[in-house]
Ligand binder design. Structure first.
Ligand code: BTN
Length: 280
């Protein structure tokens, strides 16, 4: 059931509220043991979880504001107070680190599934490797960090940091390289971040379990259907190299398949993707 009612004015948007989040988790029958940290201002929710002592249960941290929000490649993640979701979760996993190839794609799909359930009327896509987009504009990004365990082979923690623009008016954002958007920009209404955050954790848990059990193969069709790059002319840049060609989906490791102008297929494990002819 969709318990998310729109709030019409930004000034009426509720702050993060532990009781509300826990209530929503209970009402959705989330039966995983967890600790939840809510904080007003923090440097970065991912950094906070990195510094925690190892713990075998799920730990989630949400902040109203980040002073040093981090994006991929150490970029800055704009994190204004009380508007968006800055959520990191730390999962204690067992097995081989190799099994994690493609996790960033699965995380994007988990966010997408949650948003589609709450907002079935908006048309969202994913963009390799970690973005959720609306109309070519970035709504959500994720940053995944792995902490190998010091006490035993085959155990490690994964921190999944999600930045989801909810109630901000991105026209007020500082000029960025990428075009951004928020749920507020899309729908002209504000939403309760407590409900969305709870649903996000539930969706991450579901997707992570499926991924660990079945691998990325299970998600390839879902990715291809939501992928905005597929069959488009794109450029991929990584450090000082760029490569252009036609995006041809992903392989079983989650690498981007790119066919260059000579017809040679490349499998790329990292980089930034842009549509050709566009600077953004
Ligand atoms: C990206 O698209 O470059 C990834 C952005 C990830 C931002 C989130 S906000 C919550 C968590 N804490 C951080 O410092 N970063 C992630």
């Amino acid at each position: 059931m969709n318990s998310l009612l729109p709030i019409l004015h930004q000034r009426d948007c509720p702050l993060l509220d532990k009781t509300k989040i826990e209530q929503e988790l209970r009402s959705q029958k989330f039966n995983v043991k967890y600790s939840l940290f809510l904080t007003s201002t923090i440097n970065s929710t991912n950094s906070f979880l990195q510094e925690l002592e190892p713990c075998s249960e799920l730990v989630v941290c949400l902040a109203e504001q980040q002073t040093h929000g981090r994006g991929r490649f150490n970029r800055y993640w704009h994190s204004p107070f009380g508007q968006n979701i800055y959520c990191s979760s730390r999962w204690h996993l067992k097995g081989s680190l190799k099994k994690l190839s493609g996790l960033s794609l699965v995380v994007s799909l988990a966010v997408l599934a949650m948003l589609r359930e709450l907002f079935p009327n908006i048309n969202l896509n994913v963009k390799w490797p970690n973005d959720v987009l609306y109309n070519g504009k970035k709504l959500c990004g994720s940053l995944i960090e792995v902490i190998p365990s010091s006490n035993g082979e085959g155990k490690f923690d994964v921190i999944i940091g999600i930045g989801l623009n909810v109630n901000s008016d991105t026209a007020e954002y500082p000029l960025e390289i990428k075009p951004w958007c928020s749920l507020f920009d899309i729908m002209g209404e504000c939403f309760d971040r407590n409900i969305i955050s709870a649903r996000l954790v539930i969706s991450l848990n579901n997707y992570l379990n499926r991924f660990l059990q079945h691998g990325l193969g299970e998600f390839i069709d879902e990715w291809n259907q939501a992928d905005c790059l597929n069959n488009n002319k794109i450029t991929v840049s990584h450090q000082k190299t760029t490569l252009s060609g036609i995006a041809c989906g992903i392989n079983e490791l989650g690498f981007l398949m790119l066919k260059d102008d000579l017809g040679v297929m490349h499998c790329l494990s990292s980089g930034d993707t842009t549509f050709q002819g566009l600077s953004k």
